[in-house]
Write a protein that binds this ligand. Structure first.
Ligand code: ADP
Ligand code: MG
Length: 340
């Protein structure tokens, strides 16, 4: 084996740093959808529209009615490690927004053609910034932001090859919006594909949104989860053992409003079903965990899909107990409002 000749140490160019970082954050169109919807929610939006072309590969547009970005800050929005959401380590420890790393827009615009149009309440009109040319021009829209992402991975053909069919990518994009929709019933979401409305969730209360997102079937075959352990609060629904399925495709866990995939929580749920579920079948559940922000670290992974708990044993126990208690409830005793 011959080693490559040693090269001098050099700093990588900005664009390349962003492209490397993009490898972690942007895997497929659905990752872009996720980041853009995160941003729309952080801006206090009440209506979010996601418009896709070719499963999001050709284009993803996310339009919101949030507070917008002042036009003089538009170029900053695309810069790496530039954010309006935190300013210090103290802020980081109590962060309540979905974003805070200031990486997403920079990463996305290093692997796609991006433009942002935005208008604030006191701006005379909207301005649109083209990321590639840096050109800023007046644009017609109300207060809020539209981010357009075209030709994902156009400049990284190796990564573009990893994308699946348009139908598969579209399904992942819809799933990304579904994950947000489940935890934000106060926001209305629409998903469009090539001009056709493919998904719509109107504003609702928490139970109503669970019904709309997870379906009547799930509600019918699940029990309410509700436990309050002071620093840890868990609500949601757990599917009956009979409603378990072959695939783990209806398992939603949120920590302080953020969708997570966590082994510890999954194991806690699993052990609650231990005695009643057999043969590798997968339970369906939606769990919303609220925990004091200083007891959980969300800054573990760039996508923030992983979290770390200060008292992981307590969380594991809490989840297990909450689900066990729910499964012990016979259906008839569950409170259902009576129609008058
Ligand atoms: P982060 O969300 O971690 O701050 P991003 O790269 O996703 O980083 O966004 C950078 C900044 O651009 C945000 O901090 C925010 O100020 C602004 N921004 C992005 N999208 C929106 C939006 N839809 N509405 C308002 N501001 C936005
Ligand atoms: Mg963001």
């Amino acid at each position: 084996l011959s080693a490559a000749p040693r090269r001098p140490i050099r700093e990588l160019p900005d664009e390349l740093v962003s492209q490397i970082a993009a490898g972690e954050v942007v895997e497929r169109p659905a990752s872009v959808v996720r980041e853009l919807v995160d941003n729309a929610l952080d801006a206090g939006s009440t209506e979010i529209a996601v418009k896709l072309v070719a499963g999001g590969i050709r284009a993803i547009v996310v339009e919101d009615d949030g507070h917008g970005i002042p036009s003089d800050e538009l170029p900053m929005a695309l810069k790496r490690h530039a954010t309006s959401k935190i300013g210090s380590l103290v802020d980081l420890e109590s962060v309540s927004t979905m974003g805070f790393r200031g990486e997403a827009l920079a990463a996305i615009s290093s692997v796609a053609e991006v433009s942002i149009a935005s208008r604030t309440a006191d701006g005379p009109h909207a301005q649109r910034l083209d990321a590639r040319s840096g050109e800023l021009a007046p644009f017609a829209r109300g207060v809020g932001t539209s981010v357009e992402v075209r030709e994902l991975f156009f400049n990284t053909p190796a990564r573009r090859k990893f994308l699946k069919s348009e139908a598969t990518e579209l399904a992942h994009c819809v799933e990304a919006v579904r994950r947000h929709a489940l935890t934000r019933p106060d926001v209305s979401f629409t998903v469009w594909h090539e001009g056709k409305l493919v998904q719509q969730w109107r504003r609702a209360d928490h139970d109503g949104r669970m019904r709309d997102v997870l379906g009547e079937e799930f509600i019918e075959h699940s029990r309410a989860v509700s436990i309050d352990m002071g620093v840890l609060r868990i609500i949601g629904r757990a599917g009956t053992p009979e409603s378990a399925r072959a695939r783990a495709d209806q398992q939603y866990v949120y920590v302080n409003g953020r969708f997570v995939r966590d082994k510890l929580i999954a194991h806690g749920v699993r052990s609650a079903y231990e005695d009643v579920l057999h043969g590798g079948r997968q339970p369906c559940y939606a769990l919303f965990i609220e925990i004091a922000p200083d007891r959980v670290d969300v800054n573990v992974h760039p996508t923030k899909i992983e979290v770390r708990f200060r008292e992981s044993r307590e969380v594991h126990q809490g989840v297990k107990r909450a689900v066990e208690a729910a499964l012990a409830i016979p259906k008839a005793t569950e409170f259902t409002p009576v129609a008058s």
